[in-house]
Design a protein around this ligand. Structure first.
Ligand code: ACO
Length: 436
């Protein structure tokens, strides 16, 4: 970051002396006012619940321009990455800041592939879960448990440990997600097959059984790979900020990523794809397209508590570029599988059309986000609805670990410790029980 010639001056109406605050410029995007010395100089904090105006860190990984609807990983537009690169190339880019050449890609793919199996003991750990447990509950436990199985890569101050932990997490997430699925189905786990692509291997572990040969459908493989690329990182979103905050205490990368999985689960974040599909199914069951207008009235009624899931975004105030790509993939997959007339897809298109023309959504700049279409694609692939967020977690793991490693290598890195505006009771005395 570069110190700007511009300075911010903070003045007070009560006569306290005004202070100058430095302003820094990034390579692109809004400048920031540096308030680190504010408390020391004035005895005041800033107040920004939800981080609406606060940059929590400096980063070189992902940039979003929400007004333009632009998403860049290390400077490359998401549209170009989704069209020209596969997920492992994207992982290389996020982790090491460059797109791999052919030799680097081969080497990286080999290194990831050598970590795809999980300790056999994890199967027994898995047995402790109820068969009907939500896959995200299982994933939170399994990812946290990796630190109990891989003690030799838990020292975040050791760059080699950080590198191995990153490879392990990227390699093992598909294995863990598919184990959670097989467990819920009562089917035997399928071991990873390292001659398959990253997405192909995941499909194999999810849908193959030991009794039959399974061949990967290339259209589905490409669609899944695109889902992974589109979800790989998204700058300082809630789960990534959770991973950074959790990791800032010096905890190990598996524990920090488990915290990210837990955060992602919520319906305002990664859980939105599951919530969106449930919403579409509910509208379908209660009348389908004919009921769309009535549903939209509920969404617009603030007292109903109903939201149009898969719509709106804290940062994108223009179309989410990932939603455009996902809509394209959705059409491709449905055509390849002969599901062009899928009623949920038609319903989603009808909802989108109404929303994009309705003043409620237009005036609030609410557009479809990536989750609006990703659920329909995953459902067509055969992934059960309650596994959607697990697939998101699998894809986002590389972003979490790249951001965590960036934070740890940053000379300005400190434990994250927000302050508060206290509005509770002032000091008072405890009365003896009989007098309360
Ligand atoms: N349906 C109806 N109204 C909405 C929606 C929606 N999906 N999203 C926002 N609004 C309304 C809000 O009620 C608010 O209205 P008001 O100004 O009259 O009070 C206005 O639009 C602004 O919304 P906020 O809630 O202030 O926006 P915020 O940035 O805090 O929330 C969020 C963003 C959480 C994504 C929100 O739009 C939402 O809940 N969407 C549905 C869930 C979803 O799809 N999440 C996925 C996010 S993307 C991802 O994680 C991959």
């Amino acid at each position: 970051m570069k110190l700007s010639d511009n300075k911010a001056t903070l003045s007070f109406s009560n006569g306290s002396p005004s202070i100058d605050l430095p302003v820094y410029q990034g390579s692109v995007g809004p400048d920031v006012v540096d308030i680190r010395k504010l408390y020391g100089q004035t005895g005041m904090f800033t107040y920004d619940p939800g981080f609406l105006s606060t940059a929590s860190c400096q980063s070189t990984i992902t940039y979003i321009d929400g007004d333009k609807g632009e998403l860049l990983y290390r400077g490359y537009p998401i549209e170009q990455l989704a069209t020209n690169c596969d997920f492992l190339e994207t992982c290389h880019l996020l982790l090491y800041a460059n797109l791999p050449n052919a030799a680097e890609k081969e080497d990286f793919t080999r290194r990831v592939a050598h970590h795809t199996m999980v300790n056999e003991q994890m199967q027994f750990f898995m047995r402790g879960f109820r068969r009907d447990a939500h896959p995200m509950a299982i994933m939170t436990g399994l990812v946290g448990a990796l630190s109990a199985f891989y003690h030799d890569s838990t020292d975040i101050n050791n760059p080699e440990h950080r590198e191995i932990a990153a490879l392990r997490l990227i390699a093992k997430m598909p294995t863990l997600v598919s184990m959670a699925y097989k467990y819920s189905m009562g089917q035997p786990y399928m071991y990873p097959k390292n001659n398959l692509s990253y997405a192909g291997n995941f499909l194999h572990m999810m849908f193959a059984t030991p009794c039959e040969d399974y061949s990967v459908n290339p259209v589905i493989e490409r669609a899944l790979d695109r889902i992974f690329v589109l979800h790989a990182d998204h700058e300082q979103n809630a789960s990534t900020s959770t991973v950074r905050l959790c990791g800032s205490s010096g905890t190990n990368p598996f524990a920090a990523v488990a915290a990210g999985v837990a955060c992602l689960w919520g319906p305002a974040h990664g859980g939105a794809n599951e919530a969106c599909l449930n919403m579409l199914e509910e509208i379908q069951q209660t009348g389908g397209i004919a009921k769309v207008g009535q549903f939209m009235e509920q969404v617009k009624d603030k007292n109903s508590g109903v939201k149009l899931m898969g719509f709106g975004h804290r940062v994108y105030k223009n179309y989410d570029p990932r939603a455009k790509l996902m809509q394209e993939t959705c059409k491709e997959v449905l055509t390849a599988l002969g599901l062009e007339n899928d009623p949920l897809f038609k319903l989603a298109m009808a909802l989108e059309k109404i929303a994009l023309e309705d003043d409620y959504f237009v005036s609030r700049k609410l557009y479809p986000n990536v989750d609006f279409y990703s659920g329909i694609v995953q459902r067509a692939i055969g992934i059960p609805v309650n596994m959607f967020t697990g697939v998101f977690a699998l894809a986002r793991t590389v972003g979490w670990i790249a951001q965590l490693n960036e934070m740890i290598s940053d000379p300005e890195y400190k434990i994250g410790r927000p302050r508060q505006l206290f509005s509770g009771s002032v000091k008072r005395d405890v009365l003896p029980l009989a007098q309360r």
